[in-house]
Structures are given as C-alpha cells and as structure tokens.
Design a protein around this ligand. Structure first.
Ligand SMILES: [Fe+2]
Length: 303
C-alpha cells in the first residue's frame, strides 16, 4: 500500500489577516512571510512554508496537504485512490507552483475537507528559519511533518476508510465515559513516527478543532504559556497537561479564527499498535467559558 508520509502543509482562511500575522509571530513564534495584501505564509523550518493564510473571511481550514515520497508514489497513490473508488483532480502546474510543490492532486475527505496530495516541496536551505519572536529551541517537524490536527468528520467509519486509503493507520484511542450509555470515542491516525497526524470524533461546526505544533524545547511551551497568558486577547482554552496517547505535554489556546492552537513538547513516537485510554495522564482541563468539556469552543457552540 502506498502511504502518505506526512502532513506537509495546511491552508487557513481568515477574516483578519493582520491579527493572524501578529498572533503567528508573537504567540506561536512562527516566521511570517508576506505574500501580498490578502495572503501570508508561515514557516517552521527550511520549507518554503508550512501554513498559508488567505484573507477570505471563512475563519476555517481551507486545505490539508499530505506528502508522498516521490513521482512513483504519486502515480501509485492515484491508482490506489481510483481502485478505492475515491475521485480526485490533477492539479495544474500553476496550482503546484502556487503551493511550491512539484505536483499535486486535489480531492475531498468524507466531510468535505479539501485535501491535496503532493510530492516535492520547495525546501530552502539558503533561508534558515527565523522565528517571529524569541525561542529556546525550534519547531519539531522533520519526519513527523508539520504537526497534527483534529478535524470535523462525517462518521468515524467512513472517515477511517478514507484516511486508511491514504495509507494511514490508527484506531479509537480515547473511549471516554459519559453519563449516558455509550462512551465518547475519538479516533487517531498516523503516517509516520508522530503519534497522530489527523484525529476525529469531536463535534465541530468548523472543519478544524485544533492545530498542534510541537516544540523541541520544553521551555518553549512555558514561554508560550507566559506570552499567551499576558496577552489577554487569546485565552488559554485547555490547561497544561500530558496526553495519554502521544504523551505530549501541551496546552491549548484560542486563535483569531475561533478555533484552538495546541503547542507541546516531549511526545513519544507512534506505538504502531492500538491502545485506548479513558482519560489523560494529568491536567488538560477545559477552561470554563472558553471551551466545553467536549473541546468545542463556547463561542462556536453559542452561534
Ligand atoms: Fe492535539
């Protein structure tokens, strides 16, 4: 089976580009690269970019870009999708150039999230990453890709089947007891040594619940916590704690588009065998008035 190798890039549609640029640099420590009045790129490493911001008013995820190893895998993935009954469109050379990749195809996951599968990202070893503010270390990307995200879903089973067809593996990893008869289940999928690249199971109006970026240095989680807490603009949504599945120490805070960013450190590699948990190791308390216990932002729930 041909496998995607990483979440390479992600697009976000925003209503306030200026706020997002400031947030990216000052809260997350990302490098901001201007690309016209309505667009900006965000860098975490040597790649041309890892995130694209487009001022379109949507305040949501616009695309997830998954990498395959090279041209042969790119062709084989297209055969795999066709054999699996999943349609896709070939990206034009202009679309590939716009994404700074050699080639891409476009498709949609079962809940309508735009997906791109590409090979050959533009990597700029002449342009070392320059953080938007002081950092102790760097972002942890490498073989694990950009990070992970929890996305909207159209049922666990069809969503699993779609990402399985991209070569990912995974299972239910959280089975959380509820007052009702059935537990609440969240499914996590991986495609490399990062414990999970996409996860789903949470109720969500937006296509995305949160984006996680990992730091190499523990103190960058602490520094970001201090910067976010001092900002007063972007409330902490889920307190610091350690996840049971990836064992990442992290916390979550709101962003200008009304969903969450998670920053973390110290995750273990994917176990490649299924396990489930009923709760986290410690911490990770949803903050009253910011997110509901099911990790849904209160503002979105009220709309
Ligand atoms: Fe996460």
């Amino acid at each position: 089976m041909i496998q995607v190798t990483e979440l390479g890039y992600m697009g976000l549609g925003v209503s306030d580009l200026a706020a997002w640029k400031q947030y990216s640099a000052e809260m997350l420590a990302l490098e901001v690269v201007d690309a016209g009045a309505k667009r900006a790129f965000l860098r975490t490493d040597y790649w041309h970019h890892r995130l694209m911001l487009e001022e379109d008013g949507s305040d949501d995820l616009t695309v997830l870009g998954f990498r395959v190893a090279g041209p042969e895998e790119f062709r084989a993935m297209q055969r795999q999708l066709s054999d699996g009954g999943v349609g896709f469109k070939a990206g034009t050379s202009a679309e590939a150039a716009d994404r700074h990749v050699l080639e891409l195809i476009k498709l949609e996951d079962p809940s309508g999230i735009p997906i791109e599968i590409f090979h050959g990202p533009h990597v700029e070893y002449d342009r070392p990453f320059h953080p938007g503010r002081r950092m102790h270390g760097r972002f942890k990307t490498g073989d694990g890709g950009l990070g992970h995200c929890i996305i909207r879903h159209a049922g666990l089973a069809p969503t699993y089947e779609f990402y399985r067809l991209l070569g990912m593996r995974g299972s239910v990893e959280y089975r959380i007891p509820t007052p009702g008869p059935s537990p609440f289940e969240i499914m996590f999928m991986h495609c490399n040594e990062r414990d999970h690249t996409v996860a789903f199971g949470l109720p969500s109006e937006k296509r995305i619940n949160h984006l996680m970026l990992e730091y190499e240095h523990f103190d960058d989680v602490g520094l970001t916590y201090e910067v976010v807490s001092a900002s007063k603009t972007y409330p902490v949504a889920i307190s610091p704690g350690r996840h049971a599945n990836d064992q990442m120490y992290s916390f979550y805070f709101m962003n200008p588009s009304g969903f969450m960013c998670e920053v973390g450190w110290g995750a273990r590699p994917a176990t490649h065998q299924s396990e489930y948990y009923a709760r986290d190791s410690y911490g990770h308390k949803p903050q009253a008035g910011v997110v509901e216990p099911g990790m849904r932002p209160v503002k979105a729930a009220a709309e």
